[in-house]
Write a protein that binds this ligand. Structure first.
Ligand SMILES: Cc1ncc(COP(=O)(O)O)c(C=O)c1O
Length: 454
């Protein structure tokens, strides 16, 4: 009875979802639409098209279908939403971890409750603590900073460059004898310049933690992002590629890092499944957290994983079409992409000559209903008030009480290059369901605006 009701509800929800998607697709396709639509003429385009705001949408949810629905129902019917035990035989997180490791080309994967939790586990896995320094890009999401501070270690910022990711030269400059790791964050769908980063890290004995939260499914020189450094993390929050609303994962080839991370995510103890995976424990029990992934999350993210290649292919197709359409604009400076074939196409990025021109460009593109903005999804960390003031949850927290912690100064002077890059870049978001007409429309709009302002 309960199951029937669930199925009926799901059917109802499915209908609503379909209706919703249909409406969404109209807005995306630029098909003729009723009141509120605006008629816009693209210069040089043969036919006028009518467009509401072009909405890239959240990526993963546009691909929700029977696979997620059936996997969720299986969990509910089995009565086992917890990963380790229950009346049924829970397998969703287990299978997801196996499939995710295989997809990423690593020995081990661990499903966790968020990307932030995955970072905390990775830092615990690497054994980072008080007295250690970790190099973090000056422009990234909070979690790359908080995972270092929560471990009692000291975050040291390195600038980003025109890749919109960490500048390998500044990473090298920031290394000291206390540097234990660097977080190479593949931001905004684009891989970091991994060859020089790995070369410097190897030479100087620094561990590389890849943060792939914003670039799930990306690659560099034929290797999946996350399989290059010592350990890597992913996020499945709704703004990312595949999603279960919240969720995250960690991957590594190293059994000790994996065991430490698996212990940290489960109170410091080790479950049989992880002990078996690493072929016997090498680490003693220590104080951990509860960052476990549940079976409902495992069900959804497992289904989403089977569509990751499709999502990335569609995003990439649209992004490359737009890059191709604008790369010949005289003097245009596109995002420097060290591995364009591994870019997942989250957005198209180009530079204007200064902040005023960038703002004008965004304003004009938005007037034309193009989803343009400054860079999004991250924070200029060294200029955030709580960072400048080195605020922690306790005044005696070790991060900023060491001699180096007391000495270090954050603020705008510590990240001039990052601020400059941030101020000049325009982002145009890409949707996986954009049509050729939408792509052409965006190309026309960028051409018009860029030519007028350059
Ligand atoms: C680069 C980066 N790292 C880590 C995270 C943290 O992921 P979550 O939101 O799942 O905790 C995010 C989320 O926005 C992110 O963008």
């Amino acid at each position: 009875m309960i199951t029937q009701n669930i199925a009926k509800d799901a059917e109802k929800k499915n209908l609503t979802r379909r209706q919703f998607l249909r409406t969404g697709c109209m807005a995306l396709s630029g098909a003729a639409i009723g009141s509120g639509a605006q008629r816009l003429l693209g210069a040089g385009s043969p036919k006028p098209i009518e467009v509401r705001n072009i909405d890239p949408g959240f990526i993963g949810p546009q691909f929700f279908d029977k696979r997620e629905e059936e996997a969720l129902l299986e969990v509910l019917e089995s009565g086992s939403p917890f990963r380790f035990w229950g009346p049924g035989k829970p397998t969703k997180v287990l299978r997801f971890e196996e499939n995710f490791a295989e997809y990423m080309g690593t020995r081990f994967a661990l499903g966790v409750s968020s990307g932030t939790a995955a970072l905390d586990c990775a830092v615990a896995g690497l054994g980072i603590g008080p007295g250690d320094e970790v190099i973090v890009p000056a422009y990234t999401w909070w979690s790359d900073y908080t995972c270092v501070v929560q471990a009692g270690a000291l975050p040291v910022f390195a600038d980003i460059d025109r890749t919109l990711n960490i500048d390998p030269k500044d990473f090298e400059r920031k290394i000291t004898p206390r540097t234990k790791a660097v977080i190479a964050v593949h931001l905004l769908g684009g891989p970091c310049d991994m060859d020089p980063i790995m070369e410097i890290a190897r030479k100087r004995g620094v561990a590389v933690l890849e943060d792939c939260a914003q670039c799930v499914g990306g690659s560099y020189s034929g290797k999946k992002l996350g399989s290059i450094g010592k350990v890597a993390i992913y996020s499945f929050q709704i703004n990312k590629v595949i999603t279960s609303g919240e969720g995250g994962a960690l991957v590594t080839d190293d059994p000790v890092i994996y065991e430490r991370a698996a212990r940290f995510h489960h109170m410091g103890i080790i479950d049989r499944v992880f002990r078996n995976r690493v072929g016997g424990s090498q680490v003693q029990t220590f104080a951990g957290e509860n960052f476990r992934m549940n079976e409902l999350t495992g069900a959804v993210i497992g289904a989403q994983l089977s569509k990751l290649d499709l999502m990335v292919a569609q995003l990439r197709h649209n992004a490359e079409a737009i890059y191709d359409g604008i790369r010949k604009l005289p003097g245009i400076r596109l995002r420097h992409r060290p591995a364009p074939e591994g870019d997942i196409g989250y957005g198209v990025y180009f530079e204007m000559k200064d902040k005023a021109a960038r703002n004008r460009c965004i304003q004009e593109l938005r007037k034309r209903k193009v989803p343009a903005s400054t860079l999004t999804g991250s924070v200029l960390l060294p200029v955030a008030e709580s960072v400048i003031n080195k605020r922690t949850r306790h005044p005696n927290w070790p991060s900023f009480n060491s001699p180096e912690g007391k000495k270090i100064k954050y603020g705008p002077d510590s990240c001039r290059q990052t601020l400059d890059v941030f101020d000049r870049f325009v982002q145009v978001r890409i949707g996986p369901k954009y049509t050729e007409r939408i792509n052409d429309y965006i190309i026309d709009a960028i051409r018009q605006v860029y030519n007028a302002l350059a």
